[in-house]
Design a binder for this molecule. Structure first.
Ligand SMILES: *Cc1c(COP(=O)(O)O)cnc(C)c1O
Length: 395
């Protein structure tokens, strides 16, 4: 089939919930994707912050192949050989106490919400608890995760959503305070907002929220699905703020392409929340998914991936700042590590994204007016230079 036929067959049979760009990717190598016509694209999107290790990593691929031949799935009714290692690696990297594996980001959010509600229920026996979430946040598309997603446009047609959710402004401590009531059981936020437009939290904001949580025995949930797994220059973004969550969600780069997520609880929350019967999942943490998680952590260590983020990110920031200075249509840069956004003014960001694809560059948008750069974490300064070249052609 040629690319036109692939696209037509897709649209014929797949529910049209995405306005896809007219490109059919077939394979990948390193930081380049290749479409069915053999055209190569420098990938600064990484499948939306997923493919941190780049494509075709031999160790990663072999670990998955080996596990396929051994055992792909059993169920959570039994122990398996890859889950304990994968969980131990998340616990070690995060300092959290216990992990629950899921199949996606949104499912991790669901679990985090349930754990927080159960914790509050065990404390006061009531069943009317509230969660405070942030405006412009994104936590996923299932009804629970959508209910804490601060984007009315995504929510409107699907109401009534889960009750007991209040919204506050990100980086505005007073607005969070104003939403706290006797019923508040949790505050959920992304340390660096992703889909909303790449907004890093102010340190004082996170510290202030943590203090409020401690004073009122409210659980703090950090959504690290996009900003976690080394992307901002530490295993998890919150580690740079010195503000520990009670519950943390993870997905995207956790399996580097194998669909797997997790939520992790600190000791206090793990001890007094979900117990057998409260929560489950058929696939979550199966032998194949956990083999992926395990090898991802190993490769992050052996290939010094986080060191690379800290080495290349300042260079990417400098180059993006130069572009902002040079082009009138680029208004500002913000971000952390290899999670960067550039605000586009006076023209639609989608046009630049399309033009970049024509020029062999994958970049993403975020919010309504932000160009988003979330490349594989193994990029080099030469890759940044090449990206800039292709982006300038597209501006
Ligand atoms: C992508 C994302 C989600 C949802 O993850 P899915 O795997 O798409 O369900 C939730 N939170 C954040 C911050 C994300 O970036």
């Amino acid at each position: 089939m040629n690319s036109k036929q692939y696209m037509e067959l897709t649209e014929q049979n797949v529910l049209h919930t995405y306005n896809r760009f007219p490109v059919v990717f077939e394979k990948g190598s390193g930081v380049y994707l290749e479409d069915v016509d053999g055209k190569k694209y420098l990938d600064f999107g990484a499948g939306i912050a997923v493919f941190a290790l780049g494509y075709g990593n031999e160790t990663y691929n072999n670990a998955l192949k080996n596990q396929i031949d051994k055992l792909i799935h059993t169920s959570n009714l039994y122990y398996n050989t890859t889950m304990p290692e994968a969980a131990a690696k998340i616990v070690k990297a995060s300092g959290m106490d216990k992990v629950f594996f899921t199949n996606s980001g949104t499912e991790s959010i669901e679990g985090a919400i349930k754990a927080a509600r159960k914790y509050a229920y065990l404390r006061d026996g009531k069943a009317d608890h509230e969660i405070i979430a942030m405006n412009h946040s994104f936590h996923g598309r299932s009804v629970g995760a959508l209910s804490v997603t601060g984007n009315p446009h995504y929510q409107e047609a699907f109401k009534p959503l889960m009750g007991g959710v209040k919204f506050a402004d990100f980086n505005d401590l007073e607005s969070v305070k104003a939403q706290i009531t006797e019923k508040t059981c949790a505050i959920i936020l992304e340390p660096v907002q992703g889909e909303g437009g790449i907004y890093p939290a102010e340190p004082e904001f996170l510290q202030g929220v943590k203090k409020l949580c401690e004073e009122k025995d409210i659980l703090l949930i950090f959504d690290e699905i996009q900003c976690g797994m080394g992307r901002t220059g530490s295993w998890f973004a919150w580690q740079q703020y010195g503000v520990e969550p009670d519950i943390m969600t993870c997905a995207k780069a956790l399996g580097c392409g194998v669909p797997v997520g997790a939520f992790a609880l600190n000791e206090k929350t793990a001890r007094a929340s979900l117990v057998p019967g409260d929560h489950g999942t058929t696939y979550g943490g199966n032998p194949f998914a956990c083999a992926a998680v395990s090898v991802v952590f190993d490769l992050f260590e052996s290939q010094k991936v986080i060191e690379n983020v800290n080495k290349v990110a300042p260079y990417l920031e400098k180059k993006l700042d130069e572009l902002v200075a040079k082009y009138d249509c680029l208004a500002a840069r913000r971000g952390k590590g290899l999670m960067q956004g550039v605000v586009v003014s006076g023209r639609p960001v989608g046009g630049i994204v399309s033009k970049a694809l024509e020029n062999g560059l994958v970049v993403l948008s975020a919010g309504s007016d932000v160009l988003r750069f979330v490349p594989p974490l193994v990029i080099t300064e030469a890759d940044v230079d090449e990206m800039v070249k292709r982006l300038e052609l597209s501006l």
